[in-house]
Design a protein around this ligand. Sequence first.
Ligand code: G6P
Length: 471
Amino acid sequence: MPYELVVVANRLPVDLTLGPDGSLSWSRSPGGLVSALEPVMREADGAWIGWSGTADLESEPFDADGMHLVPVCLTTDEVEEYYEGFANDTLWPLSHDVISPPVYHRHWWETYRRVNRRFATEAARHAAPGAVVWVHDYQLQLVPAILRELRPDVRIGYFHHIPFPPLEIFAQLPWRRQVVEGLLGADLVGFQRSGDAANFVRVVRRFTDLTTRGPLVAVPGPDGTERQVRASAFPISIDSGRFDALARTQAVRDRAAEIRASLGDPQVMLLGVDRLDYTKGIRHRIKAFGELLAEGRLRVPEAVLVQVASPSRQNVEAYQQLREEVELLVGRINGEHGTIGAVPISYLHHSYPPEEMAALYLAADVMLVTSLRDGMNLVAKEFVAACVDDRGVLVLSEFTGAADELAGALLVNPHDIDGLKDAVERAARMDPREMRSRMRKLRRRVMSDDVRRWSQTFLRTLEAAPREPLA
Ligand code: G6P
C-alpha cells in the first residue's frame, strides 16, 4: 500500500532483535526523531523506512505503535563499510572539524552508494503519487537524487542533523561533487544552523556550475525545465513537554533525591551525559574537573561529577581509543582524589531510559555540555526541560548548535581549559537568584520550541517550496 508521507532514516524508530527460537521482536528505540515524527506519521498515515540495527536481519514490513515500518536489510559487510566505515569513519569526522582524521576508502564509498540506492528504491516503492518523502541525515545523502530519478512526482525533503563542514574541510572528500549532487535531488535541504546552510551553498557554488541566489539553487530538470532547491536552517528541538512532565512525577522526584543521597548528598552535583563520542569533549571536561580538585577550588565529597557515557559505534577504532583514554583519566582522578566512600567521578558506560535521565537532570546542580563540535546537542535542551524548579546551571560549549539559541547558559570554549575551569567554578558557586533568572530564560525558549513544531515547520516549508524557475 502506498503512503502519503514516507520517512527515510538510517535507523527505524524501533530495534528489531531475533530471539533464540528465530522469532522477531521489537522494542521502541528512544531517539528524539521518533517523538518528533510520531504525531505527523499517525496523522498522515505515514511509513518509516530504515535499518533494524542488526546485520543480516530480513523482515517484512510491519506495524508498531501505530506506525508502518519498512525494514531495510544490511549485510555484515555493509554494516562495516557503509555504517561503521563511510558514515562513521569518513563523513562523521569530516563533518566535525576533523577532530579525528577521516578515513577515505574507495570500497566504502561504493558500498555507501549501493546502500543509499537500496533505501531510495524502498522509498520509491512505498510513496503514493505526489507523496512527501522526508530523508534524514548524513548516512543517506545520495537518496534524494536517486529517488528523484526513480520518482520525479514526489516532493523530497532532506534534513542534516549534524554540522555541514566549511568548504575548506569538505573539499577533502574525494566524492564531494557526488554528495552535493545527491543532496540537490531534494526540494528542501534543512540544516541545524544558518551557518551550516551557508556552508552548503558555498560548496554548491564551488563544486557545481549551478546558479545560486541567497538560499536558492537553480537545478536543471528534464526537457530544459529548472527547479529550485532551498537550503535553510530548522534548528531541531526535543519533546520538551515530556521531560517537563516526567520531572514533575513523584517517582522521578523520589529517584532524584535517592541519586543525591547515594552520592553522599553533595553540595554540587555536576553532570555530563553523552554518547561516548570524540566530538563531545568528555576528556576536556574531566581534565578541567580534575584540575579544579587538584587546586582545591572544588573538593570531594562536596562536589562530585556524574558522567554518563552511553556506548556508541563500538566497532570503530577511534571510539575504542577514546574509551581507553576516558577510562584511564577517570581512573587516575578517582585514584588521586578519592577516599573510601567518596568517589569524585561516577562514570557510567550505559544508556538509561528517559525516566532515569529526567531524575539525573533534576538531581544535578550543574550540567556540563562541552562538545568540540555538535550539530545541536539535545541533552542541553533535555536538562533545561527537566529543571522544573528553575534550579540548575547549564555550562554550554559555544561549538554546539544549541549555543545559538540558549541564552542563559554559561558559554565556554572547551579547548580553553582555564576558561572552562573558571566557568565550572562559577556555575558551582552561582547564587540562587542568578541561577533562577538564567534558568527561566532557558526554559522560556526550550518549552516553547518543541520538536513537533520543528517537524511541522519543516513539512510546511517543504509543501510550500516553490517549484518554478528562478526569476
Ligand atoms: C547522531 C546522528 C544520528 C544517529 C545518532 C546515534 O545524533 O545525527 O543520525 O542516529 O547520532 O548514532 P548511531 O550511529 O548509533 O545511529
